[in-house]
Design a protein around this ligand. Sequence first.
Ligand SMILES: [Fe+2]
Ligand SMILES: [Fe+2]
Length: 262
Amino acid sequence: MKDTFTVIAFGDVVGPYATEKLGRAIKRIKSEYSADMVIVNAENSAKGNGVDISSADYLLRKGADILTSGNHVWKRSEIKDYLDGSEFLIRPANYPPSCPGKGFTYYDSCGIRVLVMNVLGTVYMDPLDSPFDAVSAILKSEKGNYDISVLDVHAEATSEKLAIANYFDGRITAVFGTHTHVRTADARLLPKGTAYITDIGMTGRPDSILGVDKEQIIEHMTTHMPTKFNVGDGETEANFAVITVDMNTKKAISIISASAGI
Ligand SMILES: [Fe+2]
Ligand SMILES: [Fe+2]
């Protein structure tokens, strides 16, 4: 078994232009960091938001190993059947059990089994089941089946992400946040060893508001009238976290937050 295992996780990819750009950059960034595995949050990868079959397949073909998602996962109805049949795209685990897809999956890399989980926050978001309970249930049912565990907490409130990460400190290898599209400066190892960052950020245009044209968001916020949101093209940046795990102890040894022009 390798001595270390490195995971790169990219924050929400916003729109088809950024998705295409990221697809072309994944392998380069992966090799720059000598990474073994790539996770991409794909909830905004399709045209008009959500994730569709072509954006999911494209990212997977270009080198993403697992795709996580979030509150926008249901936007494109075609994704429901895809979610049911896919081992590579997951949806938040705390949606009702009747929803398509699963909240966790596995990635195998040279005998190393990585459990990837996805959960949605409930503070300032839909009142779903407790994310704490949903993750606890996965850890219980999957106990003994994995070497490394990773959790994408797709949530609005920094406090909720911190609470979830600290609740599972020492029990999950790495917990990272997504959804706000804004990269936080708090990547660190928690006291019991879990690697953590409140939000990875996004893959999109820095000169935008969360990936959307600035003028439209400002018009909406100044008039409170319905406005069409456009995700255009232009200079694009990928925000990501790089997590390295010591395979002898199965504990994270580092987490950094990074950004690259793509
Ligand atoms: Fe998003
Ligand atoms: Fe989101």
